[in-house]
Design a protein around this ligand. Structure first.
Ligand code: GTR
Length: 369
């Protein structure tokens, strides 16, 4: 494998070296975030909406045979003229027998809604709510299509409500940034829910949802833990590694995930002013966890691991040692580091019960529970 010439997260645009956590926070962090928003994911046209209401439509304290309390919440978001709105449904469970508030997970659901069935008629390892409850975690989810349907169309979702239904500019946000913004709105709600510990909310996503989870964690410093599962190209894996999916593949298949400026980097990864380890670095000093699968070559599992390794200097600046090794581990061995964790699951591209069990092990270890 050729040596990669990666951008240095600790070198400012004017060439000066970042030497303290304070300098990172005040000067460098915003430079990198701005580069990602300009060249990769696009820039949100709206922050926390002025017109946003939370409506608890269902509350059942005898869910899961009395072990949990279910809530279904509708987040209604209107544009300033109140001519259009979004409605985002959140499903959440908290354990009845654990002291409140509880740390929690939020899944960005990019699969069918059935995976987060509030009735629990259908139970899925994609969102194993019973397992989270048994270990004393709260768990919530929302569906990506409530924020921005996953198709190459800017006339619906958040773009319709806030952007007039078009790509306004070359840095207009794509679906990944929109889903990340949606995750922040779910967090806005959870911060009002006294059963959840608002200081300990993890954002989780698989594949395209894993890319969005990283963007959410990079943009919104209120997320305490960011978990990317098999996120691959334009997620955790390094763009400059010529392995698996490349920018040319992803923008051909999913142009709507990105801003238009990203299209210029097809087969020109070396000219991209950032690489994906810097997206992970934006999460520092908060917790970041990357999970890969051994047969998921399209996502370049080793490239996902190396992103953590190359983000580690930013963690070190904040007094966190990161991973205890820079050697890619064998399948089914978890690495619990300082602020960072990783595992390579034996198997194919998926989000499984094995992955969730490791996320909970890491979260428990970090919380010293
Ligand atoms: C693939 C895509 C990946 C990943 C995946 C998914 O086809 O190439 O980047 O996002 O879809 O989300 O399932």
């Amino acid at each position: 494998m050729v040596e990669l010439d990666l951008p240095d997260p600790l070198r400012r645009l004017d060439g000066a070296r970042v030497t303290s956590a304070e300098e990172w926070q005040s000067a460098r962090r915003s430079e990198i975030l701005n580069l990602f928003q300009t060249h990769v994911y696009g820039r949100p046209t709206v922050g926390r909406p002025g017109e946003m209401t939370f409506n608890v439509v269902t509350r059942d304290s005898s869910a899961m045979g009395g072990l949990a309390t279910l809530q279904v919440i509708t987040i209604k978001i209107e544009n300033p003229q109140r001519t259009d709105s979004l409605s985002v449904e959140v499903v959440s469970f908290v354990p009845n027998r654990s002291p409140k508030p509880v740390p929690g997970f939020v899944l960005i659901n990019n699969r069918s809604r059935g995976h987060t069935d509030p009735t629990r008629t259908h139970q899925s390892d994609f969102w194993p709510a019973e397992a989270a409850i048994a270990r004393g975690f709260g768990i919530a989810a929302f569906h990506v299509s409530d924020v921005d349907p996953d198709k190459n169309d800017f006339t619906d979702g958040v773009h319709k409500v806030f952007d007039g239904g078009i790509r306004v500019a070359r840095d207009t946000w794509g679906a990944l940034a929109a889903w990340a913004w949606g995750a922040s709105r779910v967090l806005d709600y959870l911060l009002t829910d006294s059963d959840f510990d608002g200081g300990n909310i993890a954002i989780v996503g698989h594949s395209r949802g894993g890319k969005a989870a990283l963007v959410a964690g990079a943009c919104d410093e209120r997320f305490a833990l960011v978990i990317s599962n098999n996120s691959g190209e334009s997620g955790a894996s390094l763009a400059r590694r010529p392995v698996g999916e490349r920018i040319s593949d992803i923008v051909a298949n999913f142009p709507h995930w990105f801003c238009e400026n990203y299209f210029a980097y097809c087969d020109r990864e070396n000219e991209l002013p950032v690489d994906q380890h810097e997206l992970l670095a934006l999460i520092a000093p908060r917790m970041v966890y990357v999970a890969s699968a051994s047969e998921d070559e399209w996502a370049d599992p080793e490239g996902e691991f190396l992103s953590l390794v190359h983000a580690a200097p930013v963690y070190a600046l904040h007094g966190k040692t990161g991973l205890p090794t820079s050697t890619w581990p064998a399948p089914n061995t978890q690495i619990l580091g300082d602020g960072m964790g990783y595992h390579l699951r034996q198997g194919s591209h998926a989000l499984t019960r094995y992955d969730w069990d490791r996320f909970m092990d890491f979260y428990d270890a970090m919380l010293k529970r």
